[in-house]
Write a protein that binds this ligand. Structure first.
Ligand code: SF4
Length: 440
């Protein structure tokens, strides 16, 4: 008897970790319903493209990906942040089958059902309890909320994704437990605004394994810290209560790592961005964080060339970086995003000045980063092995290195080191972004 082939979905996932989690949820649901996942356009009966619309370059990349999927396969459903601008997609690619916005798992599934009928006899137990993950088995992103209540003038995420909606704390902790049971060693906590977790729910008391627990970041972080894996916090908007997390890091319950997007250091520019503008206070807080937890790694992102940024504003940002000595810094040169309030601000900065400022900032940060990494020479630390390269070098990460965005710890002759496991190393060399270790 011929075996009936399962209908196969091709999936293209673009954008940030939050979009990646949306992709994982859609794929998990599709697998649960009995659809297969195709490794190529040719093998797919239909392709879903999860897009990013954050900056113009991401919009262009997403539109190009949709075009490629249409020409290679022909049956395409578009979802994600660019989907929120449906007209843009349909104007350029009128033959797409459906367009949904971000975080729209059920709408995507409905569109798939309409154009590729659901398989007759799904084997629900074929799906692992932790769902389908697009990350390696040993780390996973855990999304705790969707949307954002801020109105930073350069950003259209609140328009695209709406106001903050926090996931119930019991549900988040249950997912975390399931992931840990499935072998995940590192949980990366993400959202648009991690420190606002629970604001929309008025910090309601939820339940986890029968235990009452408030829908708020500090109790959530403390509970995650009980799971015995690395817990790394991303996108932590600098509210005062973030200070409460630092003792948990000092106690080893959370990774001593804080990703706080500060965006600028000049009060004038921060005000125009509608961001918290007390830079002196930020420096004092950073000092206090380091007193409580000397091993803390601080990561931040900045925008240079924001409309109205003067040479003095930029110098102030450089002076801030010199004083703060952040460990990891990302820097974007401002680019207008359609629909952002900042587009209406006067005094745009010329493109070549933006580029020059970005280069100057990154050159300064490279020196700071190299200095901070040099302090680790001779120290021993625990690393999580991500991969083994062809020449036998193991690529691992310490508490200071988030996957994809930070540096790595390279261990020579590490072919037999276990991928996805923790090992102890001594740091023997450092450059501007990476460390080199030998196993202990
Ligand atoms: S906090 Fe982040 S997501 Fe929210 S508006 Fe500002 S930049 Fe956008």
């Amino acid at each position: 008897m011929p075996v009936k082939q399962e209908p196969k979905i091709g999936f293209v996932s673009l954008g940030c970790p939050k979009a990646l989690v949306d992709s994982e949820q859609i794929l998990t649901q599709l697998r649960a319903e009995g659809y297969g996942v195709a490794p190529s356009y040719a093998a797919a009966d239909l392709v879903v493209v999860n897009t990013c619309g954050f900056i113009d370059a991401a919009v262009a990349e997403s539109l190009e990906a949709i075009g490629e999927a249409l020409s290679e396969n022909g049956k395409v459903i578009v979802t994600g942040c660019l989907g929120a601008k449906g007209d843009l997609v349909r104007d350029l690619h009128p033959s797409v089958l459906a367009v949904t916005g971000p975080h729209a798992c059920q709408e995507v599934l409905a569109a798939v059902h309409a154009h590729l009928p659901r398989p007759h006899d799904p084997f629900l137990d074929l799906v692992p309890p932790q769902g389908i993950k697009l990350t390696p088995r040993h780390y996973a992103y855990l999304k705790i909320s969707e949307g954002c209540n801020h109105r930073c003038t350069f950003c259209i995420i609140p328009q695209m994704r709406g106001g903050l909606i926090s996931r119930p704390i019991g549900e988040v902790l249950k997912e975390a437990e399931t992931l840990v049971r499935a072998g995940v060693k590192e949980l990366l906590i993400i959202s648009q605004d991690t420190s606002a977790y629970g604001v929309d729910a008025r910090y309601r008391t939820g339940f986890w394994n029968g235990r009452p627990i408030k829908t708020q970041l500090t109790p959530l972080a403390a509970a995650l810290g009980e799971l015995g894996v690395w817990v790394r916090l991303h996108y932590v908007y600098p509210y005062p209560h973030v200070d409460d997390l630092i003792p948990l890091m000092a106690e080893g319950k959370l990774l001593p790592y804080l990703d706080v997007p500060l965006q600028h250091a000049s009060p004038r520019v921060l005000k125009a961005m509608k961001r918290p503008a007390n830079t002196g206070d930020t420096l004092a807080r950073i000092r206090r964080w380091r007193e409580i937890c000397p091993d803390i790694t601080l990561r931040s992102t900045f925008i240079v060339g924001f409309p109205g940024e003067t040479a003095a504003d930029f110098d102030r940002l450089l002076a801030f970086l010199e004083e703060a000595e952040l460990d990891r810094v990302g820097c974007f040169s401002y680019s207008p995003v359609a629909g952002a309030a900042a587009n209406d601000l006067p005094d745009p900065v010329a493109e070549e000045i933006k580029q020059a400022r970005q280069e100057r900032l990154m050159a300064l940060q490279a020196t700071i980063s190299a200095g901070r990494l040099r302090r680790k020479l001779g120290r021993s630390c625990t690393v999580l092995v991500d991969a083994i390269e062809e020449d036998g070098t193991a690529v691992a990460r310490s508490s200071a290195d988030a996957p994809e965005i930070d540096g790595a710890v390279y261990i020579e002759a590490g072919r037999d080191l276990p991928v996805g496991e923790f090992v102890r190393v001594r740091i023997v060399d450092a450059d501007q972004h990476d460390l080199y270790g030998e196993r202990l």
